[in-house]
Write a new protein. Structure first.
Length: 300
């Protein structure tokens, strides 16, 4: 098999750093990726060469072997063992006969002959495991409102011209990423497809504040009800709830409604809690009669 210059394929020097190799590989992989070059055999071949070069040069141990043994780097261990055996035989022969003609060892020019005889002339690509060219991962962002993720529902997304029916579990969080296996770029020569990563961007246009699985709500309470007590009705994600106000309720009083919060992600039937804070509103635009009554209360 002819020598392949992996450094030349990636367009870097032999002294290139790991960072430079990684940068060069990413740039070329994007340029020649099959998804961007459909039915282009030249680009497909180039993409395989780029991946093969990166497989060798991005691994420090593989790179050392490649720099030393060239195209036969994958069989460096066998070569070292054979060379040590040859050197041992040479020293033994010299000890018994006082020497022999020739070097008795392997020179750089003997590499190919040695490996051809050891592996029956098979090419290094045939001897090695086949390189996997998994499809590219895709990333998408899905924008939803808080009320949309209170219940599990289905949505149809269009990614790269393909329609994907997606089940969105209740309780998904803002910024959360889920993976849809096998819905990314197509693999080459039957290798696996990439995956689709969906990031959720959840806006909140409700009166509730969400913190993990709990909800928080400020409720205005008129002065009279705060002083005398009574009943109020509030809206929740789960419908209307009637609350009993205790007489002499203070501003900032908090109550907890257990299980009236947000659903817990992928735990069916489990919910957080709803915390309500009462904010007492002072009446305005009082009539003269109402003001007089407040004065009488103040005197009392």
């Amino acid at each position: 098999m002819a020598f392949i210059d992996y450094y030349k394929i990636l367009g870097v020097d032999k002294t290139a750093t790991d960072k430079e190799i990684k940068k060069a590989y990413r740039k070329l992989a994007r340029k020649y990726h099959p998804d961007l070059n459909p039915d282009n055999k030249v680009a497909e071949k180039k993409f395989k060469e780029i991946n093969e070069a990166n497989e060798v040069l991005s691994n420090s141990e593989n790179r050392k072997k490649y720099d030393k043994y060239g195209k036969d780097w994958k069989h460096s261990e066998e070569f070292e063992k054979a060379r040590q055996q040859q050197q041992y035989q040479r020293s033994s022969y010299q000890g018994s006969s006082g020497g022999f003609g020739g070097s008795g060892g392997f020179s750089d020019s003997d590499y190919s002959d040695f490996f051809e005889s050891m592996f029956g002339g098979a090419s290094s690509s045939a001897r090695s495991r086949s390189v996997k060219y998994r499809g590219q991962d895709f990333n998408a962002e899905l924008h939803l409102d808080l009320k949309d993720v209170y219940t599990t529902h289905k949505q149809t997304l269009t990614v790269n011209g393909k329609k994907i029916r997606l089940t969105i579990p209740a309780g998904v969080k803002n910024g959360q990423v889920i993976k849809i296996k096998g819905h990314g770029g197509k693999g080459i020569n039957g290798d696996p497809n990439g995956d689709l990563h969906i990031k959720f961007s959840i806006s909140n246009h409700t009166q509730f504040k969400r913190d993990k699985d709990n909800l928080y709500l400020n409720v205005d309470l008129d002065l009279y009800k705060a002083v005398l007590g009574g009943d109020i009705t509030i809206d929740t994600f789960d419908g209307k709830v009637k609350l009993k106000i205790k007489p002499e309720t203070q501003n900032g009083t908090k109550v907890k409604l257990k299980g009236k919060g947000f659903p817990v992600y992928k735990k069916e039937g489990q919910f957080g809690d709803l915390y309500i804070t009462y904010q007492i509103k002072i009446p305005t635009n009082l009539t003269d009669k109402e003001k007089e009554l407040f004065r009488e209360l103040a005197k009392l």
